[in-house]
Design a protein around this ligand. Structure first.
Ligand code: SAM
Length: 173
């Protein structure tokens, strides 16, 4: 299995442009990777945590290094309620998980589901969870699932790329 760092990419910048004005006390970046979004959140939130299932990537963050990095699935290891949670999901629909940075498993739903199941407990009552998905996955199924968890999702931005459309979803408690 490939487990290299995912460099800041189109989807990272798409999310960054849409969340740069978010502010508050506690923020969480699930799938921190290079730390680009975690670092961005550190400007406007007083306490920021980044998690990633890839411990190696967290240990070797360089350009966007932050404190409070935890290696776990989703936010399994955390018992804090956050005002804001962001996740650049591994959303690609794939038969197998060959690259944990991008592969979302069946319909691009399997891994995102695991992340949502984990993160739900960490969102404050009036908190906001922003995640990116894509036309290359069954994003409707994902949005339906978020609704089943009791959150109120809405698509807040879309971006057409050459081979896919990125879809940014905001889910509120
Ligand atoms: C698309 S990359 C995004 C990296 C970075 N946040 C960015 O926006 O450039 C997805 C990240 O999620 C991590 N990841 C995959 N499955 C995960 C899981 N179940 N729990 C936590 N992190 C996970 C990957 O290791 C990878 O670093």
């Amino acid at each position: 299995m490939k487990n290299e760092e995912y460099p800041p990419s189109e989807d990272t910048f798409f999310i960054a442009n849409n969340i740069e004005n978010e502010q508050g006390q506690y923020a969480l970046d699930i799938g921190s990777g290079s730390g680009y979004l975690t670092k961005l959140l550190s400007k406007n939130f007083s306490f920021v945590v980044g998690t990633d299932i890839n411990c190696n990537v967290l240990q070797h963050q360089t350009s966007y290094k932050t404190n409070n990095l935890i290696c776990c699935n989703g936010s399994d290891a955390l018992n804090i309620k956050f005002d804001f949670i962001v996740c650049n999901l591994p959303y690609l629909a794939t038969d197998e998980i060959l690259d944990i940075a991008t592969d979302g498993g069946a319909e691009g739903f399997e891994i995102p589901k695991k992340i949502f199941d984990s993160a739900q407990k960490n969102l404050k009552t009036d908190g906001k969870f922003v995640f990116v998905t894509s036309s290359l996955s069954n994003y409707e199924k994902l949005i339906d699932y978020v609704q089943k968890l009791g959150l109120k999702p809405q698509i807040i931005a879309k971006k057409k790329l050459f081979f896919e459309e990125l879809i940014l979803v905001e889910a509120r408690n």
